[in-house]
Ligand binder design. Structure first.
Ligand code: BT5
Length: 326
């Protein structure tokens, strides 16, 4: 951690509290001149730091930036966030994460961007990724699991997004198979997992996560296929993106370590408990095929179990699910 990040983290963890230059210098083991220099640099980055003659420095406001070093400093994870790489702008964090993973990037590495010029959804679809308002991140994992279990990892990120939105913002959040997170019937988050593997061996999996945090109505294009929303639109309150990101990564870390020890069952149970369509009649659009049935749950490999009118259980491996209005 650099001296700048250490000072930023110290002030951030003690909101409203004054720290004299001498105290910071003593606590962080740096010279007073270095404290002054780094406070000046933090102010230039947008941190509102008050300096009072007899009291010292205190933090009054933070810029809404997602900076890798700051996220690393805030996290207390076992695996996730061992390294956090941030971009002001990139094509797609999934593409960057793949590049870094191919160059030897370690398990748990997180790639984050303030803006994506080519944010990706499934099947070549686009993910709207305007600057400075949402979370766009990709996490590199190297699990030692059989290839066919890799799709289970999507459900880890879905559960971590749902629980962060429920617990921190009290939003009535649900999952929709395979990779959507919904609030009040509108999509708030999309997940895109990609993988590098050969002959039964996984090299790495990339968990791509997009969450609409401070997006306003006018920032969504008219061309979206489904209703979409953001935390700001649902709560009326702007979101501190650093805070959201750290809560989410912390929770993902918890569930990833649980997954490595206990397998898919606990996550599958949680995902099913957040799925508003269990026992509901749905239509599944699979491109050329369409089928209807009642959602029964998730299979062990992450396939959706659908009971057809004939009573037969069909395993759905891909497709878009829509509830059938009664
Ligand atoms: C997804 O695909 O939902 C996966 C989205 C994953 C995005 C993350 S961001 C970080 C990482 N880097 C990337 O490049 N991607 C990942 P899909 O189920 O195919 O949904 C795509 C559809 O959702 C689009 O066709 C639009 O209709 C709609 N959509 C696009 N942008 C949206 C947004 N910001 N919010 C809600 N809906 C959106």
């Amino acid at each position: 951690m650099t001296s700048r990040t250490k000072i930023q983290s110290l002030l951030r963890h003690h909101p409203g509290e004054y720290f004299s230059g001498e105290k910071i210098s003593h606590l962080l083991n740096i010279s007073r001149a270095a404290v002054w220099k780094q406070v000046k640099a933090l102010r230039e980055e947008g941190y509102d730091i008050e300096a009072k003659h007899s009291l010292g420095y205190r933090l009054l406001g933070v810029p809404d930036l997602l900076v890798g070093a700051e996220i690393e400093a805030e996290l207390n994870c076992r695996v996730i966030g061992s390294r956090v790489v941030s971009f002001a702008e990139t094509d797609s964090t999934n593409v960057q994460a793949r590049r870094l993973a191919e160059a030897g990037g370690t398990e748990g590495m997180v790639v984050i961007a303030d803006q994506q010029s080519a944010g990706r959804g499934r099947l070549g679809r686009q993910w709207e990724s305007p600057s400075g308002i949402n979370l766009y991140c990709s996490i590199v994992l190297r699990p030692q699991i059989p290839l066919q279990q890799a799709p289970q990892l999507t459900f880890l990120s879905a559960v971590a997004v749902v629980e962060t939105l429920q617990e921190v913002y009290q939003l009535p959040t649900e999952v929709k198979w395979p990779n959507d997170v919904m609030v009040n019937g509108a999509k708030i988050s999309g997940l895109l997992n990609e993988m590098s593997a050969e002959t039964e061996q996984i090299h790495f999996v990339i968990l791509g996560v997009g969450v609409n945090l401070n997006m306003t109505e006018s920032q969504f294009p008219d061309s979206l296929n489904y209703p979409a929303t953001s935390v700001l639109l649902e709560t009326g309150q702007p979101v501190d993106r650093l805070d959201f990101t750290c809560h989410f990564l912390q929770r993902l870390d918890l569930y990833y370590t649980e997954f490595l020890c206990e397998g898919f069952s606990p996550i599958r149970r949680r995902w099913e408990s957040y799925c508003g369509l269990i026992n509901a009649q749905v239509e599944v659009d699979q491109g050329i095929n369409r089928c209807c049935g009642t959602v029964v749950g998730l299979d062990l490999d992450g396939a959706l179990r659908l009971q057809l009118d004939s009573g037969k259980i069909e395993r759905i491996l891909a497709g878009d699910v829509r509830p059938i209005e009664k």
